[in-house]
Design a binder for this molecule. Sequence first.
Ligand code: SUD
Ligand code: ADP
Length: 303
Amino acid sequence: MSATNTGPVTVRVPAKVNVQLAVGGARADGFHDLANVFLAVSLYDEVTVRPAAGLTVTCEGPDAGQVPLDRTNLAARAAELLAARHGLSPDVHIHIAKDIPVAGGMAGGSADGAGALLACDALWGLGSSRAELLSICAELGSDVPFSLVGGAALGTGRGEQLTELTVGGTFHWVFAVADGGLSTPAVYGEFDRLHEGVPVPAPEASGALLEALRTGDASALAAALSNDLQPAALSLRPSLRTTLDTGLAAGALAALVSGSGPTTAFLVKDEDTAEAVAQALRSSATCRAARVAVSPAGGAVVL
Ligand SMILES: C[C@@](CO)(OP(=O)(O)O)[C@H](O)COP(=O)(O)OP(=O)(O)OC[C@H]1O[C@@H](n2ccc(N)nc2=O)[C@H](O)[C@@H]1O
Ligand SMILES: Nc1ncnc2c1ncn2[C@@H]1O[C@H](COP(=O)(O)OP(=O)(O)O)[C@@H](O)[C@H]1O
């Protein structure tokens, strides 16, 4: 173990989009088995930790008002879990510079959990192995392991068991940020309601999608994108259909809801088209903001 750092330590962590989200039936534990193909995108939160007299959290950014600053914040929970595993007291101040939309289906909370974990590990000089960090991530939430790893990965189980994937090129995206969030459990609940009495097949990754990622072929990826939670998100937020149609009409190759939504994701062929689609979305008044990003982005990293 190396010596405790006097800090501050800052970690940058990416958002994600799910290029395939295949959802199985509800399990006895309330979760759903998934074939969840994650792609990290270049929208980032930065998590800074420094020694303090207790555990406190602050947050800055356009959505900061929607972020809990108590022990329910995933960054605070990460610090507590790591400290508990090492018999330490989580005496740390955590500051989140938030650029990832909140409750938007882009795993912003998961990003902060993974970021705080890596930052506290460095601050406290613990030198945890990747496997130890990933096991704490899985305890924090189904999406948290991917926030640590970044790049592209297939998540099975409830999404926490990762197999890293190769990506052969850069993909260009536009993200339309909706007004207000959608609750992830509510969207899974709506999925269950929509599938009542219907057999749900076991989720499987699409070979065509994995091949499109491997070759970096945006048109092939556009044809293979899928999200089984999209009908549920649209059922809870019907106005998202207009946002999807607006981006498609402006030249996107494909459009889908990002994870549980309500952020919508538009795959475009290049940077210029990304700017044009973002501009069309902004002037359409069908979303609160439109952000341009590329993938794959790297995972959590100490700056
Ligand atoms: C839908 C996805 C797609 O990547 O993310 P978002 O789009 O919300 O970011 C994930 O499955 C969300 O992962 P995450 O937000 O980490 O969920 P967790 O904290 O583990 O679980 C929150 C709740 O979501 C539901 N849940 C989550 C994962 C899963 N495989 N099955 C589920 O049914 C359960 O109701 C659970 O109580
Ligand atoms: N650090 C955090 N940043 C954002 N939200 C958080 C955080 N910690 C806990 N939350 C809670 O998690 C909920 C889901 O937020 P988020 O992870 O941004 O969305 P999603 O699960 O749709 O990707 C928020 O509504 C908030 O109550």
